[in-house]
Design a protein around this ligand. Structure first.
Ligand code: SF4
Length: 404
């Protein structure tokens, strides 16, 4: 496919891998921020092509994974109320709350609907004036603008039976929280290209300087990731720590001014809890005072909810890069995409789902020596799996994509 195949070219990938090997003289640990980048890395075995000692730490940039349990439980409570049409993207339906998920609510008679855009939910509100229509607005700087636009439209059109359950989060405060963690091993970041395509890059030079870490804005295809890693290790080896934009085909320094203006109009920053990580100051958005009437939390008065996390799930450690998914005792046994215990196994961007999907079932995995052995050329991951495990994985994969 044009504009995608070019960015998976094995010969070019080998050149970049060779350059990375020629550059690196010592161990380094870098974090890819976004779950989409994690999936590319695991799917193509990119981490296994890197020099010994160069580690990719998987970051918290999966919107479904970091949506706090409290918000999930609020969604469940709102969705169970009569007269409510609760709309969401598909991957939120299997995310476990304290005791159930949105699928369970739907099976019990709740009107839970999968939509492909917040504007679909707004249309539903127009078509069902006797119902309250709620859209579950989660995600990073990428999904916030369309949600902001939808609330703006609702107000402009005078549609009063629409509201937004908001759990938007912002990347720069999360980078700050990761760097301030006492166990932090991260020495550099691959920043999320799609976030920067909206917000621009202006928040990052200060972070790079403050924490003395290179930050390289990176895309999502295999060559994007390898180019981002190469630029990062060049900086690390030279002792530099600046912001670089390695995704110029999508990211302008100033971002998208129209989207930023919409965000500034509809949202205001707020402290936000991240599932598995905890409260991060000023890391989220909520509806501003002007649009507060469209805030589902206020409309449905569900602000005092007691939550209960799984005692088994270690997704917080996964999200902070302290363990790899297959180091969780429940991985692939008690917890699979079909029966997820944590959000990182549900989401199409979750690290646990990526490890399960691409068969990283064992640890440690050997580092291959030639590109020809790797999935960039269409081969399989080197992790050993039984035929039964393979069949199970395939069935679970279908389920993941069917709700994604
Ligand atoms: S494998 Fe499952 S239980 Fe373990 S951290 Fe991941 S989501 Fe949680």
């Amino acid at each position: 496919m044009k504009y995608l195949a070019e960015f998976s070219d094995p010969a070019l990938a080998k050149r970049l891998v060779d350059q990375i090997h020629a550059t690196v003289t010592q161990p380094w640990a870098m974090m890819e921020v976004c779950g989409g980048q994690t999936h590319t890395i695991v799917r193509h075995g990119i981490d296994q092509l890197l020099p010994d000692g160069v580690e990719m730490i998987h970051g918290p940039g999966c919107p479904v994974c970091v949506t706090p349990l409290e918000i999930i439980d609020k969604a469940l409570e709102i969705a169970s109320q009569p007269g409510v049409i609760f709309c969401s993207f598909g991957d939120m339906l299997r995310v476990p709350g304290s005791g159930r998920d949105l699928f369970r609510i739907k099976s019990e008679g709740g009107d839970v609907r999968v939509v492909y855009s917040p504007l679909d939910a707004l249309n539903l509100a127009r078509e069902n004036p006797d119902k309250q229509v709620v859209f579950f607005g989660i995600g990073f700087e990428t999904t916030a603008p369309p949600n902001a636009m939808t609330v703006y439209q609702a107000k402009k059109l005078g549609i009063e039976n629409f509201s937004l359950l908001v759990s938007h989060v912002r990347v720069p405060p999360a980078i700050e929280a990761i760097m301030q963690s006492p166990n932090c091993r991260v020495q550099a970041f691959l920043a999320a290209g799609h976030v920067c395509s909206v917000m621009g890059v202006e928040e990052y030079p200060e972070l790079a300087e403050k924490y003395k870490v290179p930050i390289v804005v990176t895309g999502f295809e295999p060559l994007d990731i390898l180019a981002g890693i190469l630029r990062t290790v060049i900086q690390l080896e030279k002792g530099e720590h600046t912001l670089e934009n390695a995704y110029r085909r999508a990211v302008r320094d100033e971002g998208n001014p129209a989207a930023k203006a919409m965000l500034a109009d509809v949202f205001e920053t707020t402290d936000r809890a991240w599932r598995g990580i905890g409260m991060i100051p000023q890391s989220g958005w909520r509806l501003s005072e002007r649009y507060r009437e469209y805030d589902a939390e206020y409309r449905f008065q569900v602000r005092d909810i007691k939550t209960e996390e799984s005692t088994v799930c270690r997704s917080g450690e996964v999200l902070q890069g302290h363990i790899k998914p297959h180091e969780c005792e429940a991985f692939g046994t008690l917890c699979t995409p079909r029966n997820p215990l944590g959000a990182t196994m549900v989401s199409s961007e979750g690290a646990c789902a990526a490890y399960y999907l691409y068969r990283r079932l064992q640890t440690p995995t050997p580092a291959p020596t030639a590109m020809g052995d790797n999935s960039l050329a269409g081969a399989t991951s080197p992790s050993a799996t039984s035929p039964a495990a393979s069949q199970q994985t395939s069935a679970d994969n279908k389920e993941v994509s069917s709700v994604g």
